[in-house]
Write a protein that binds this ligand. Structure first.
Ligand SMILES: Cc1cc2nc3c(=O)[nH]c(=O)nc-3n(C[C@H](O)[C@H](O)[C@H](O)COP(=O)(O)OP(=O)(O)OC[C@H]3O[C@@H](n4cnc5c(N)ncnc54)[C@H](O)[C@@H]3O)c2cc1C
Length: 387
């Protein structure tokens, strides 16, 4: 994209570059490590606010909701310049990449007016309350119940699991069963939940990386007002599919950015690696995957900006980005030696990325979706019939 900048894009890139250069010393440095203390989180959120005030967050969102009404190329330029300077992007990846775009498609005007600006600035961050102990790949099996009251409010009871960043979130987007008497995909509704409401309990879960990014979230007689529904009652599955489409693109494009440059640097440190044929073949294979991924992501970002919701083909981005990033991390660790596993980002990636294979749809499920809906192959056998 750098070589193909139009005059307007080149001007925009210069503006971003100059703006970042003035702040590079104090902005949080890019890392895949999860911030462990409140101070680091607060610094990162303040950085998101600065980026948003400069118009560099939600670039393609409509101006009416605080976005920039900008082009996909501008969004890519901001990401490239942040990466080139080794600086973080927005803290609230879940809000900006998944929840916000879903509100733009399905939210009421009141929700968009109230929620999107604080989301852009990282003042109110978001988590996704979807998976449950008995509902992961089969998400439509969620058992958390929301019961409508006479006054139109809702009472929610149930448990969610693997809720990333719930401990920092002001709101969660919740998929709950509102009608148990209709086929499972039809009895669901999506809600916006204030995470500090009475009846919400958040318990962190520690992962193999040492981070506690995930949580269990319990809802006991949680009361939600009538305006908390996103889309109509019973339409939750449609809203969830929209969000999962954005998630697969978001997880993919968030992971791959410029990892190739760092990989080439890691592999090229010692002459014996630079000349080792097997190492170079591995590097070549990862490089071709990452480059193909970059172009596919840019094409999909363009389609999103034109108003298209990403379809099942978005799963391809997620699968490729996770598998190529994992192979990149394994290659970097193989070259650097075993101590790289104990410290540093590549070592962290080797233990974190196998889990990301499951996030936003497991690899098996996404391959099934691509087979059936993109390639038109015969359907996989289903243990239960889809209603
Ligand atoms: C890093 C990370 C972050 C996450 N963040 C969140 C979050 O913020 N909010 C949230 O709600 N959830 C989150 N999740 C949960 C994630 O969405 C689930 O892990 C995922 O949907 C899979 O569900 P499961 O873990 O219950 O596995 P299961 O669905 O039980 O699957 C277990 C295994 O069986 C395979 N399998 C299942 N069904 C089929 C089938 N029909 N055909 C072939 N193979 C099948 C799967 O591929 C998998 O290998 C996160 C997960 C990870 C790893």
């Amino acid at each position: 994209m750098t070589v193909e900048d139009s005059t307007a894009d080149a001007e925009f890139r210069e503006r971003v570059r100059a703006w970042l250069a003035e702040r590079a010393d104090r902005a949080p440095k890019r890392t895949v490590l999860v911030p462990q203390d409140d101070e680091a989180v607060a610094r990162w959120r303040a950085w998101q606010a600065e980026l948003a005030d400069a118009g560099f967050v939600g670039i393609t969102w409509p101006e009416a909701y605080g976005g920039g009404s900008g082009t996909p190329a501008q969004r890519v330029i901001v990401e490239q310049e942040l990466e080139a300077k080794g600086l973080q992007g927005p803290f609230d990846f879940i809000g900006i990449e998944m929840v916000g775009p879903t509100f733009i498609v399905h939210g009421s005007d009141a929700q968009k007016d109230r929620l999107l600006r604080p989301m852009l600035r990282g003042e109110e961050t978001w988590c996704q309350l979807l998976s449950e102990p008995g509902a992961g790949s089969d998400l439509a099996a969620v058992q958390t119940r929301a019961v409508e009251q006479e006054d139109g409010s809702w009472v929610v009871n149930g448990q969610k699991v693997w809720t990333s960043y719930a401990q920092h979130a002001a709101f969660g987007i919740l998929l709950a069963r509102t009608d148990p008497d209709v086929p499972k995909h039809k009895g669901l509704t999506m809600f916006a939940v204030p995470m500090d409401a009475e009846g919400v309990t958040i318990r962190p879960l520690r992962q193999i990386t040492g981070d506690a990014e995930f949580n269990e979230v319990f809802m006991d007689d949680l009361r939600l007002d009538p305006a908390a529904t996103i889309g109509a009652p019973g339409e939750g599955w449609r809203v969830a599919l929209t969000m999962l489409g954005f998630e697969r693109v978001g997880v993919g494009s968030g992971l791959h950015a410029a990892r190739l440059d760092r990989l080439v640097e890691a592999v090229g440190r010692r002459p014996e690696d630079r000349e080792d044929r097997a190492t170079l073949i591995r590097l070549g294979l990862v490089a071709s995957e990452l480059l193909a991924l970059r172009h596919t992501s840019e094409r999909i970002v363009e389609e999103i900006a034109e108003g298209r919701v990403p379809g099942p083909e978005a799963g391809l981005i997620k699968i490729t980005s996770v598998t190529a990033s994992l192979e990149a991390a394994r290659l970097a660790v193989d070259v650097a030696g075993a101590e790289a596993l104990l410290d540093g980002e590549w070592g962290h990636q080797v233990s974190a990325l196998p889990g990301v294979r499951s996030a936003g749809g497991t690899e098996e499920i996404l391959r099934n979706l691509i087979g059936e809906r993109v390639l038109g192959l015969p359907p996989e056998p289903r243990p239960t019939t889809k209603a």
